[in-house]
Design a protein. Structure first.
Length: 283
């Protein structure tokens, strides 16, 4: 990898936060329209061509409606993911734990930190992308008139915690072994391509594994005035709406896989490139 992490004595973590933030911005600007189609499939249990037709009919303006929140949320999430992981991992380096144990603890704490800070952004994004609220919620600033309590902003937190901790652990445990298993190259393009492939493989695997959890999260977050319900209750309702068929629970998974491969390839490659550049530019 290009990365800064090879310097064992380097205790700086700001390059990790900043590089992650930049990677998140690049990713969202590239993949937001795909994400909107996937979201429609998740909340309405419809096929790809139906969701695509709906989004197409709404026009270009509506296509990018709500991009401010995911831009903030995703860039914040990715910055926190890389930056907090480095912070927590380095803080535990002197503890009597193995590399695997430190990685699991650091990745889990990072997932919790992400959830606490970024869940309100994800909640707002879900409402802005829900067609039923297009006429009711004007824009991002208007959300404050509809989400009037902390509980409303944090709806879906349980599902997000499960998703974040699981995917973070898998990502950071497997990232280096997978990257090291790829053919070595001395060219910048070759290293960038290898980091893209590494991120794409891990992102595709994680997104497919955790997809049903995201479906339940989307179901919980698309509601405003409904009485809050537990994750288990929401799971039961989602399964009931889909006639208890696993195939319907995975509507949208193909496009989600494509988007995740592209997104995490971009994120990981951009992050490693930024880390490399910051490492060269700062002594």
């Amino acid at each position: 990898m290009f990365g800064l992490r090879q310097s064992a004595g380097d205790r700086r973590v700001w390059p990790n936060f900043l590089s992650g933030w930049i990677a998140g911005v690049v990713n969202i600007c590239s993949t937001f329209p795909i994400n909107k189609v996937i979201f429609r499939q998740q909340i309405h249990s419809i096929k790809f061509h139906v969701a695509l037709s709906q989004v197409h009919k709404e026009g270009l303006f509506m296509l990018y409606r709500g991009i401010a929140l995911p831009l903030c949320q995703k860039s914040l999430n990715v910055g926190l993911m890389y930056g907090c992981f480095e912070t927590y991992y380095k803080a535990m380096q002197h503890n009597a734990m193995s590399h695997t144990e430190r990685t699991v603890y650091a990745a889990s704490l990072t997932g919790i930190t992400e959830a606490v800070i970024a869940t309100p952004f994800e909640r707002g994004q879900s409402l802005l992308q829900t067609p039923a609220f297009h006429g009711k919620i004007k824009n991002t600033l208007d959300l404050r008139h509809h989400l009037t309590s902390v509980g409303q902003w944090y709806r879906g937190l349980e599902a997000i915690l499960i998703r974040n901790c699981t995917t973070n652990c898998l990502f950071f445990l497997l990232r280096n072994p997978l990257r090291n298993s790829l053919p070595s190259t001395n060219t910048t393009r070759g290293k960038y391509a290898a980091d893209f492939v590494c991120g794409a493989c891990l992102g595709g695997m994680n997104s497919t594994l955790i997809y049903p959890v995201n479906v339940v999260k989307s179901y919980q977050q698309k509601q405003i005035n409904a009485v809050p319900e537990s994750l288990l209750t929401s799971c039961k309702k989602v399964l009931m709406e889909r006639d208890y068929k696993l195939r319907k629970l995975y509507y949208g998974v193909q496009l989600n896989l494509t988007r995740s491969i592209l997104s995490w390839g971009i994120i990981n490659a951009t992050y490693e490139l930024c880390i490399y550049m910051f490492g060269r530019g700062v002594s």
